[in-house]
Ligand binder design. Structure first.
Ligand SMILES: C=C(O[C@@H]1C=C(C(=O)O)C=C[C@H]1O)C(=O)O
Length: 464
């Protein structure tokens, strides 16, 4: 690789890259990181002009934001070995290019995600989202602790003319970093939504069937989801949607994965796994109540949730399974003995943070392959629940309730669970929401819970 630490400028990195490609007569990766000033959403919006097939947006509640534009490598896979397949190819790629980075989340970073099931049905709407798809963006903006970096990742060939290459990249870079916030109508849309619930009656019947099976002792918990179709006059503007999600859901991970013109977007409160060196973090987030209209009402609802037997049981299945899975790759796991509340604008959840000290060879994608799907998305026992979900749900989940996130060249990174999300094509969106069902669940109450969980996306689409 063309190590940015060694080069004084991007131009020098590219000149050397092409020279090396000529000497070795093969393509080389040039990766160059520089400090920059930028607003991530502006960068994202500016990238529309480049008309690239891939765009990725990620921001966590702690202030780390990554924006990827274009693709220098698109790793896809399917089947049960998909996590392993991506990990093996990523490690081989890094070995070939001998990468070293100074700041986490800069340099070569894969962004993307996975589907809920290892193999997708032939549902047309998910055509552009394989069972695993992780992209190395051509341009990556990383923002953390009030600093921002731009990384350029590009393959160069022995035939490239470095001067022409540098001129094009400089032009694209300046366009991406341009300040256009004072333009009129920057993040606004003014249109109404048409919302249609898909198979609502069937969904309630499925909840009842699941309850019957749980009463008969066939399984302990299952998460069942349903979908809405949303149409908007005119087209849906993805940067504007991200802007509103970030404003309205500051305690959530806001993400977008755009592939070939489709966009999978959401604001999820739920971390799946984060890795920082030997430290692994996960969230158990399950058990839901609404927010109150006044502070007193909100607190009463929160207390009610903390003391509710059904919700505590739903939550405990998740804690227990993540703990068991963490013990496979961690030599120490720390978990508080009772949940606290996690509040977002529309709902409050039971929340237990989980920490693990990873064994020396623990890898982020291995961790994900062990813990996905947690009983917050699948159920208990895992295999039985997942099989029953396919039988009882009327839609293909695709990437809904599955891992989305990023991983850098040191193996650090973070994935969240893609709930409170929707798949967007043109002026139509398909939104998804689900909830945990246990033996004393009521179909009507669970239906109401899914309505609350559609709100983050609906409000952001509506422009409030
Ligand atoms: C499945 C969803 O949410 C999950 C289910 C929850 C529950 O049943 O209480 C709570 C949080 C999430 O783990 C969703 O929002 O679609």
């Amino acid at each position: 690789m063309i190590d940015d630490l060694k080069y004084a400028s991007m131009a020098e990195a590219f000149i050397n890259g092409v020279q090396k490609a000529k000497q070795e007569n093969k393509d080389k990766l040039v990766t160059y990181t520089m400090e920059c000033e930028s607003q991530p959403l502006q960068f994202y919006r500016n990238s529309e002009k480049l008309k690239m097939d891939f765009r990725h947006f990620w921001s966590d509640p702690e202030g780390v934001t990554l924006v990827g534009v274009g693709s220098t490598l698109d790793l896809t896979a399917d089947g049960h070995s998909r996590f392993d397949s991506i990990q093996t190819r990523w490690l081989a790629f890094l070995k070939e290019h001998q990468i070293s980075i100074e700041h986490a989340g800069t340099g070569p970073v894969l962004m993307g995600g996975f589907s809920f099931n290892p193999v997708l049905t032939a549902a047309e709407e998910w055509t552009n989202y394989p069972a695993a798809a992780m992209v190395l963006p051509q341009f990556l903006l990383t923002q953390r602790e009030n600093k921002a970096w731009l990384t350029v990742n590009k393959r160069v060939t022995p035939k490239d003319d470095p001067k022409a290459l540098i001129a094009t990249i400089e032009e694209q870079k300046n366009m991406l970093l341009a300040d256009r916030t004072d333009e009129e109508g920057y993040f606004q849309t003014h249109q109404d939504l048409q919302v249609t619930a898909l198979f609502p009656t069937e969904w309630k019947a499925s909840v009842q069937k699941a309850v019957d099976k749980m009463k008969a002792g066939e399984l302990e918990k299952i998460v069942l989801s349903r979908a809405l179709r949303v149409k908007k006059e005119g087209s849906l503007n993805i940067p504007a949607l991200l802007y509103r999600l970030k404003q309205q859901q500051p305690n959530s991970f806001v993400f977008a994965i755009e592939r070939f013109g489709d966009a999978f977007v959401g604001a999820t409160p739920e971390r799946l796994v984060k890795r920082e060196g030997t430290k692994f973090y996960a969230d158990a987030l399950a058990g839901t109540a609404s927010r109150g209209g006044t502070q007193a009402e909100d607190e009463a609802l929160g207390q009610g949730l903390l003391n509710d037997k059904k919700n505590r049981q739903e939550h405990q299945f998740v804690v227990k399974m993540i703990k068991d899975d963490f013990e496979a790759f961690c030599d120490k796991v720390i978990i508080p003995d009772r949940p606290v509340l996690y509040k977002t604008r529309d709902v409050q959840h039971l929340y237990t943070p989980i920490y693990g000290h990873g064994k020396p060879d623990a890898h982020l994608l291995d961790a994900i392959s062990k813990i996905h799907p947690t009983p917050a998305m699948g159920g208990t026992p895992k295999e039985k629940a997942v099989a029953l979900i396919s039988e009882l749900e009327s839609h293909e989940r695709g990437w809904y309730s599955a891992p989305v996130g990023w991983i850098d060249s040191n193996g650090n990174g973070e994935f969240s669970v893609a709930i409170r999300s929707g798949l967007i094509r043109g002026n139509e969106a398909r939104l998804f929401a689900g909830c945990g069902i246990v033996s004393d669940s009521s179909p009507t109450e669970e239906f109401k819970e899914t309505e609350m969980k559609f709100r983050p996306m609906l409000n952001a689409l509506k422009e409030e």
